[in-house]
Design a protein around this ligand. Sequence first.
Ligand code: SAH
Length: 355
Amino acid sequence: MERKRRDIRALSLDELRRFFISHSLPAFKGNQVFEWLWSKGSHDFLEMTNLSKSHRSLLEEHFVINHIAVDQLQRSDDGTIKNAIRLHDGYLVESVLIPTDTRSTACVSSQVGCSLDCHFCATAKLKRMRNLNPDEIYDQVVEIDKQSQLYYNRPLTNIVFMGMGEPLMNYKNTLTAIDRITSADGLGMSPKRITVSTSGITKIIREISDQNPKFKLAVSLHSAIEETRNRLMPFTKTFPLDQLLEALKYWYKKTKSQVTFEVVVWKDINDKQADIDALVSYCKQVPSKVNLIEYNAIGDDQFVQARPEAIAAYTTALENNRISVTVRRSRGKDIDAACGQLANKNNEFTHDHDV
Ligand code: SAH
């Protein structure tokens, strides 16, 4: 009877070395395989030419190499590229390449669908089907890097975990993927160029603060008024703003890395002076800066982008209080590749209900 073969990329370097030892073979073979799998991105044991034929067969007998495949690629008028990525078990996630004059940013997914319920986000309307494995997160980065080289003649400069899913609800796999992305025997990217965006899972923010995190942290705040935030993101009732603040202070204490607050300003929801005042006083309590993100419509009439005057009022108030603020324009809107629009629109596979 054929045994179920494991995905070899679920093994750590140590486990790979031990696999060879358990077959009375030298441990360094494990290092060679690890390099093929991660630095060289090999998807086939046959390619591992510094291993003998019998060693390759041994691997083949015990393991498979699961990998992702680009199912569909769409290019926006502004150069943004959206990929529908097919996972080995058929699920789809989306990954985006966002080029600017000086940067190439990969926006990657961490889960199939999402378990949170942010009313303004299209991904939230999809059921969370499963977490992505470290290799599935890593492979998205490798794929987007290839596309950056192919279409824009330069390697990736930045990675943001702002695709589908909540990275901190899959933090172990996210951290393992980031380890590989930053390590010399992986992609060797600088942690300064990696941003994990969370809706604010306080317990996990504390936990990762203790684990020498190799990334910057962004928090989808949207409102510093409890009631408003709860209305926009009902699950945040479990993570009140004061607890979030304490967790972020702890993050800063451990990492000395400033937090970025992401805020979308909507008409009649959070565009009043009281909203601005609350944000300013929240930001003052922890080293932080603010990104004001443009709203990307997802077909729900209750959400309308605030008028430019409201954005200007936010900017002025923050700057007057020496809080650095950037207004972020959307990219890739025409192909639904912008923040909050990732919902496998062209495919019904993960749809819970229509978006
Ligand atoms: N779950 C994580 C990462 C995915 S969302 C998080 O919540 O941070 C990435 C960013 O897009 C978040 O800041 C989120 O609040 C924002 N976003 C979601 N829907 C949006 C929309 N329709 N328009 C603009 N930004 C949106």
